[in-house]
Design a protein around this ligand. Structure first.
Ligand code: AMP
Length: 187
């Protein structure tokens, strides 16, 4: 079983590239953002708690996310691999993921880190906001999310650098150009 992390700031293309990876390799997809949006739409206790953080561009606390991820992973069926999208977003989440995968006899084999500069991220997210219906795709929240990424999420790179699985990917170009860089890193 292959476990892959797709990583990068908001708007770097994690969701778009995850779809292409799934299509080519048949992996199961776990997006913590998607799982949280379902919880919110179903108005669960977790959804209500998470919504307060998401609306403000903040991260949902680690304990809530790690529990949610564990139960999602338990429900996920795949014979080939799993791609984690938008998780881990903090170093404690990366440590928790390592423990969970070890218990399954696995480990993250590659952490694909999409690199895109700030101005491009803002432009992409504003554009997405025109159609996404997402409450967090507005300029104020986008700027907050990028700041939170730089402060709390970027340090996760160091964790995977130490593990030897960090693979930086140039995230500028067409969707297919970026995907071919990913395929090179995966194969
Ligand atoms: P995303 O769809 O990945 O952009 O996530 C949308 C929002 O959900 C983020 O801005 C966070 O508020 C929250 N979120 C998603 N994944 C995580 C995570 N792994 N840790 C903490 N918060 C998360």
């Amino acid at each position: 079983m292959k476990y892959i992390v797709i990583f990068g700031p908001p708007g770097s293309g994690k969701g778009t590239q995850s779809d292409k990876i799934i299509e080519k390799y048949g992996y199961a997809h776990i997006s913590t953002g998607d799982v949280l949006r379902v919880e919110i739409s179903e108005n669960t206790e977790l959804g209500q708690k998470a919504n307060e953080f998401i609306k403000n561009g903040q991260l949902v606390p680690d304990d809530l996310i790690v529990d949610m991820l564990a139960s999602t992973l338990d429900k996920t069926e795949s014979s080939t691999g799993v791609i984690f999208d938008g998780f881990p977003r903090t170093t404690p989440q990366a440590e928790a993921l390592q423990v969970m995968l070890k218990a399954r006899g696995g480990d993250v084999s590659v952490m694909l880190s999409l690199e895109v500069e700030r101005e491009e991220l803002i432009q992409r997210l504003l554009k997405r906001g025109e159609t996404s219906g997402r409450a967090d795709d507005n300029l104020e929240t986008i700027e907050k999310r990028i700041a939170v990424y730089n402060e709390q999420t970027a340090p996760v790179i160091k964790f995977y650098e130490k593990e030897g699985s960090y693979a930086p990917i140039n995230g500028i170009g067409t969707i297919d150009e970026i995907f071919s860089r990913i395929v090179e890193a995966l194969d």
